[in-house]
Design a protein around this ligand. Structure first.
Ligand code: PGA
Length: 249
């Protein structure tokens, strides 16, 4: 019932010379839903390429403003992302939370803006290493879930990505049991707040050092519906291997 999702997050990587990598990813024909989030500067040319390829690859932004337009120098709004060819947007990534001091209320406002523009919001949350060591993982996650997702969530426009901060780019991941524990708690939290149907439909992605070598074990977990992939999405071959692991899970 939940269609699995493979999402790639290129972060601040990618020049026009890298469009050939996007073409290689667009040429994949997986059963899962595939979303690539390149830097905003590549969205429009990537969209043209995806259309020319007749590919089902969806494109996403990596952040959006909470306002639709106005005097916000340097910001990119959700309608602008949609206009450039995006259907999705990553919000609340830990790098935005840390580098730009984004808190849950701002993230919730951005999610509303994304929905207003017709975008699917991929909302990221996750504990720091200190929080995990203190046994606070589940309470941190519950708080982020409660505060960073506004009312009105439904399975068609919300995806939640569990990304332990300490696992991002580190080559370390929680154990499959630890991932499943958090995902089950997230699904329960969604059910309490939005009802059982919404909770049963929302895709829960795991992110943080997903690689071809560990994807199968993580993707086989009952409450893991796909992956949000950073570094390994930059290489079409490694992203393809992860996509295949998602398809076979
Ligand atoms: P990583 O990044 O796969 O490079 O760890 C994941 C992310 O930050 O979304």
């Amino acid at each position: 019932m939940r269609r699995a999702m493979a999402a790639g997050n290129w972060k601040m990587n990618g020049l026009s010379a890298d469009l050939s990598r996007i073409a290689a990813i667009a040429a994949l024909r997986p059963a899962c839903e595939m979303v690539l989030c390149p830097p905003a500067t590549l969205l429009a040319p990537a969209a043209a390429l995806v259309a020319a390829e007749g590919s089902a690859l969806a494109l996403g932004g990596q952040d959006c403003a909470s306002a639709a337009s106005g005097a916000h120098t340097g910001d990119i709004s959700a309608p602008m992302l949609a206009d450039a060819g995006a259907s999705h947007v990553i919000l609340g990534h830990s790098e935005r939370r840390a580098d730009h001091r984004e808190g849950d209320p701002l993230i919730a406002a951005k999610v509303s803006a994304a929905w207003q523009a017709g975008l699917v919001a991929i909302v990221c949350l996750g504990e720091t290493e200190t929080e995990r060591a203190a046994g606070r993982t589940l309470s941190v996650i519950a708080g982020q879930l409660a505060r960073s997702i506004p009312e009105g969530a439904d399975a068609a426009r919300l995806v939640v990505a569990y990304e332990p901060v300490w696992a991002i780019g580190s080559g370390r991941t929680p154990s499959p049991e630890e991932v499943q524990e958090v995902h089950a708690a997230l699904r329960k939290g969604l059910a309490t707040r939005f009802g059982a149907d919404v909770a049963a439909g929302v895709r829960l992605l795991y992110g943080g050092s997903v690689k071809p070598g560990n994807a199968a074990g993580l993707m086989a977990l009952p409450d893991v519906d796909g992956a949000l992939v950073g570094g390994a999405s930059l290489e079409p071959e490694s992203f393809a291997a992860i996509v295949e692991a998602i398809d076979t899970a």
